[in-house]
Structures are given as C-alpha cells and as structure tokens.
Write a protein that binds this ligand. Structure first.
Ligand code: ITT
Length: 191
C-alpha cells in the first residue's frame, strides 16, 4: 500500500522510513505537491497530529498519517510539550530551544522528562491515533552529533548516551516515535 506521511521534518521521515516494511510505501508532502506549512494550532499534541491529517484530507484529498511530538519536562510542569518547536520563539530553532531548556533547568534537581509522539492516521473516513512515550532525563549539556531537535540533551532511562549519540536504529527501538510507528504498522498490516 501507498500512504502519505504528512511531515515537513526530514529527520522524522528518515526515522520512519527506516522501520517501514516494504509493503508500505511512503509518499512525502512533495509527492502530493504540498509545499506550504501545515497549521499546528491546537493546544495538545494529539490535537495537532489530528489537525495535520485533516488538513491534508480536506485540501489534497489524500488519506495520510502525521506525527506530532513534544518533550514534556516534569520540573517545568510538562513544558515545552505541545510548544516544543517554538519554545524559544517563532524561528523554531533547535539550538535556541535547547539553550532555553537548559537555562530553565539550571537550578532544578529534577531532570525527569519524556518524549511523546502521537501519530494520527486518516483512513477511509476514520481517524485513528497511536501514542509512543519514551521516559528519560535532560542532561546538563548537549552531547552527540546525530538525531535532531532536543536529542543532544535527552538520555533515555538506563542509557548513558544521549539520543544524539546512539544510532537511528537504536533510537527507533527505544524511542517515542519508533513505539508509535510500530503500532501504526501493526494496525495497517491487520487492516
Ligand atoms: P512536522 O510537524 O512537519 O512533522 P515539526 O518539526 O514541526 O515537523 P513537531 O511539531 O512534531 O514537528 O516537533 C516539535 C519539536 O520537537 C520539533 O521542533 C523538534 O525539534 C522536536 N522533536 C520532535 N521529535 C523529536 C525527536 O525525536 N527528538 C528530538 N526532538 C524532537
């Protein structure tokens, strides 16, 4: 089967492509000639994931799935959460966001955090959602060249390396997105 993955984030596409079985072929937004930013104006991660698939269905007519992800930090009462992309402002800079996060946690002992991914799937008139969570901690300083976004300052529980230091394959096994995508794959295979 062919299905559109409604994302403008190349890193997400790479991670998801790496675990999709051969029988599920991904189409990108480029493939359907969608070049604009998709609105993400809801106040929950789940709401944004659903908003993205509804936008594509309404404006382009395609069934699709979308991923919305947030980093929820306990000492910040769940922030940046749904606002993870714009934490340090509308420029959506991963470096600025990370600097702001480390600054806000400077004097906090509790560094507990989790990544949460919600995948929304729009298929034959119904919208389904799949959630993946990865628990861990925010480090004191960035480390590693891989991954993207907040990966250089996030260590999963029982891991001594940040998400930017482990391979994409390993991140997919223990990570939030990998967990949500596996549920999506199971669902599509049984559909
Ligand atoms: P699309 O909406 O086009 O899919 P996006 O980059 O806007 O792409 P999100 O709104 O889901 O995606 O992402 C929120 C922010 O969280 C984003 O700026 C990323 O830097 C960060 N993020 C998402 N997934 C991440 C991951 O696996 N590791 C580290 N940071 C991540």
């Amino acid at each position: 089967m062919k299905i559109v993955f409604a994302t403008n984030n190349r890193n997400k596409l790479k991670e998801v492509q790496a675990i999709m079985p051969e029988n599920i072929q991904l189409l990108s937004l480029k493939d359907i000639n969608c070049t604009e930013d998709i609105p993400e104006t809801r106040d929950t991660i789940e709401g944004n994931a659903i908003q993205k698939v509804e936008y594509i269905k309404t404006n382009y007519g395609y069934d699709c799935f979308a991923d919305d992800t947030g980093l929820e930090v306990e000492a910040l009462n769940g922030a940046p959460g749904v606002y993870s992309a714009r934490f340090a402002g509308p420029q959506r800079s991963a470096i600025d966001n990370t600097i702001k996060l480390l600054k806000e946690l400077e004097k906090k002992d509790n560094r507990t955090a989790q990544f949460k991914t919600v995948i929304a799937l729009q298929l034959n008139g119904t919208c389904y959602t799949f959630t993946g969570i990865c628990k861990g901690k925010i480090t004191k300083s960035p480390k590693g060249e891989g991954g993207f976004g907040y990966d250089p300052v996030f260590k999963a529980i029982d891991y001594s390396q940040t998400f930017a230091e482990i391979s994409l394959e390993e991140k997919n096994i223990i990570g939030h997105r990998g967990k949500a995508v596996k549920q999506l794959i199971d669902f599509l295979n049984k559909y």
